[in-house]
Design a binder for this molecule. Structure first.
Ligand SMILES: Cc1ncc(COP(=O)(O)O)c(C=O)c1O
Length: 385
């Protein structure tokens, strides 16, 4: 039996409701949503709308039609950044960003957008809010930050950043790839103008799903154009949402699964999900701390971090540990840079990276115990590996 602890890359397993919804779509529906007039197309459209509606409920979004479906968080972030920014604009971001924010921003910087990276100092790698506010200039158009770090588990205070954005009249983009589905994200309370999320991690949907919430005040240039099933007589893109930013047949079967994932989360409740995650993380961190030769990076308190832990072992490289955990113990983790070279430069773990254990609501305490025993054994054998 495999123990899966790579949920920050993609969650596995998924709740059984997710497969049931996709199975139902595959066998009973199959139609193209919002395209044809027959009942299977209409039912498909209703399923896609229901997923939009469930997400709107989860993120406290007033109008579900302000959510644009994408293939993942990366596509959502690209839609937001390239749709908003022009040469001469300034963006404030953080040094913990994933490449899905870092790379589009570097590309825009190469094309005339100015960029400031705010530090997140050790030991807990929290965002420096004073520096963030000080770095805002006359031409600052956007603050673009992640909510939770996929490398070190830090969770940024969205409401405080949102207040700074509002005070200075700049837009606020949040990359919620790691936190959606476990943390309260209230776009209205936190003043979020653009919320990028992915379907296949904490939302328990399948890969190939994700989306972007766009505040009605924000007008984005389109990343691409095409058929929407609406205004078919016009050869120009509709200007209304979500069609303005959402062209081509969506991954309707995937969105059926994503909807089931979000309904599962709404049914369980974010409080219960977070409590379980904290319990697992607490046990993981206490266990790792007791093993000689292990160094945990970042925030010490389990309740202040996401359910993921990056660690180093004296004398054994992260890649060796990952290999042994997989091959000898059937435990799946992720080692290396986790698509986040900026974060590892910040933590001093570049270029080798770390071993990352990332848990989900569906992991168990006994799985954590098995992992801890495996790590203990590896440290005892370190001379031989
Ligand atoms: C913080 C963060 N942002 C963005 C992404 C990209 O997500 P996706 O690959 O689904 O686009 C990830 C994925 O690991 C992530 O951890």
């Amino acid at each position: 039996m495999v123990i899966y602890m790579d949920n920050a890359a993609t969650s596995y397993p998924k709740p059984k409701e997710v497969l049931a919804a996709m199975n139902h779509f595959f066998h009973e529906i199959g139609g193209n949503p919002g395209r044809s007039g027959h009942r299977l197309s209409l039912e498909s459209g209703e399923i896609v709308y229901d997923t939009r509606d469930a997400l709107a409920q989860l993120f406290n979004i007033e109008d579900p039609l302000q959510i644009v479906f994408t293939l993942n968080a990366t596509m959502a972030v690209n839609t937001a950044l390239s749709g908003l920014l022009k040469p001469g604009d300034h963006v404030v971001t953080s040094v913990l960003e994933h490449n899905s924010v870092a790379r589009p921003l570097r590309h825009l910087e190469d094309n005339g957008v100015e960029l400031t990276r705010v530090s997140c100092p050790a030991p807990n790698y929290q965002l420096d809010l004073v520096q963030l506010e000080k770095s805002i200039r006359k031409n600052t158009r956007l603050i673009a930050i992640l909510h939770g770090s996929n490398v070190v588990g830090t969770v940024f205070p969205l409401e405080e950043v949102g207040k700074i954005a509002q005070k200075h009249g700049v837009y606020f983009l949040v990359d919620a790839a790691q936190t959606a589905g476990a943390y309260t994200i209230d776009v209205q309370k936190a003043g979020i103008h653009l919320l990028a999320f992915t379907g296949h991690k904490g939302l328990f949907g399948p890969q190939g799903t994700g989306g972007l919430y766009v505040d009605p005040k924000v007008k984005l240039e389109k990343l691409y154009r095409g058929g929407t099933g609406s205004m078919s007589e016009a050869d120009r893109q509709p200007e209304f949402m979500p069609d303005s930013l959402e062209s081509g047949t969506p991954n309707a079967m995937g969105l059926a699964g994503l909807g089931a994932g979000v309904h599962f989360i709404l049914k369980e409740g974010l409080t219960k999900i977070r409590e379980k995650e904290i319990e697992l993380t607490n046990s993981l961190m206490r266990g790792l701390t007791d093993i000689p030769g292990i160094k945990i990076i970042g925030e010490e308190k389990a309740q202040n971090r996401m359910p993921l832990v990056s660690f180093l072992m004296e004398h054994v490289s992260p890649s060796t540990i990952g290999e042994i955990l997989d091959e000898r113990y059937n435990i799946m983790t992720r080692v290396g840079l986790h698509c986040s070279p900026w974060a590892h430069e910040t933590m001093g773990t570049y270029p080798e990276g770390t071993v990352r254990i990332s848990l989900s609501y569906l992991n168990t305490l006994s799985e954590v115990d098995t992992l801890l025993e495996a790590v203990r054994e590896i440290t005892r054998e370190e001379v031989r590996v």
